[in-house]
Design a protein around this ligand. Structure first.
Ligand code: TMP
Ligand code: ASP
Length: 242
């Protein structure tokens, strides 16, 4: 990145730089992959580009469906311009099918259809290992108002309906996903972060029997191999459909 832009923040998978406009940022997607709060780390050449391109397409889809998002435009294949937001320190996870931590922490069996979407809230705090948090604790910590939290939960349910339908069209089952939101300089709530196979579980529906084929970061979490091939396949299906 041109060094006239200041690095404002570096996360596990992205770098955020200043922009000539104070209310915008430049987000560069890295090739790094982490799991289990960065206990497991690796680099996958081309992952940054794929997640950036996939996220851009998904943000465009959501914006066209009146979901407020930080995304403005692609700058190049692994960099996007977004509205600057103050990130709310919550990770909002929506689950359609039981998998992952839900099955480790409860007696619900992997693969159970949840009937109605389940939303789990986590405190975004690496030192505390992003713990599951309650609405009452969020209120106690003054993270955001109940009205804003309810608005975010409503947006999350709407996003799920849009994404579930979209992914079904490209033969993918949306198992669960994680969202982050923030406030822009006018105090509007916008969807931030990224929407990619790094933070969604996507199962291939092009399978003859009920075998689970993950086309998402579970490939890395579970050492299944073929991560770039899977992310490329998702990018290809999105581009063939749109
Ligand atoms: P979980 O089953 O591990 O709680 O994950 C639920 C969803 O959230 C899954 O799609 C992966 C995503 N996720 C993230 O994007 N970041 C995280 O730090 C974690 C734990 C999960
Ligand atoms: N994003 C988390 C990490 O970097 C965990 C995960 O996605 O599984 O460790």
């Amino acid at each position: 990145m041109n060094n006239k832009y200041e690095l404002i923040y570096e996360g596990k998978a992205k770098k955020v730089f200043s922009h000539d406009d104070a209310d915008k940022v430049i987000i560069e997607f890295k090739d790094d992959a982490t799991a289990f709060n960065a206990l497991k780390k690796a680099k996958f050449k081309g992952k940054g580009k794929l997640n950036c391109l996939i996220s851009a397409k998904i943000f465009e889809l959501l914006l066209n469906n009146n979901i407020p998002c930080h995304f403005l435009e692609l700058k190049n294949e692994n960099t996007m311009i977004a509205q600057k937001i103050k990130v709310i320190p919550l990770e909002i996870v929506l689950r359609n099918t039981a998998y992952g931590s839900l099955c480790k922490q409860t007696t619900i069996e992997s693969g159970t259809d949840l009937g109605k979407p389940l939303i789990d809230l986590y405190l975004k705090n690496d030192e505390l290992n992003d713990p599951l948090i309650t609405k009452d604790r969020i209120e106690l910590m003054n993270i955001l108002s109940t009205k804003d939290l309810n608005y975010i939960l409503d947006l999350t349910l709407r996003i799920n309906e849009i994404l579930k339908g979209f992914f079904k069209n490209i033969q993918l089952k949306l198992i669960d996903f994680k969202l982050e939101f923030g406030y822009d300089f006018k105090n509007n709530i916008l969807l931030g972060d990224e929407i990619s196979p790094d933070n969604c579980r996507l199962w291939d529906l092009n399978q003859k029997n009920d075998t689970i084929v993950s086309l998402d970061k579970d490939i890395f979490r579970n050492d299944l191999g073929g991560l770039i091939e899977a992310y490329s396949e998702i990018n290809r299906r999105i581009n063939d459909f749109i």
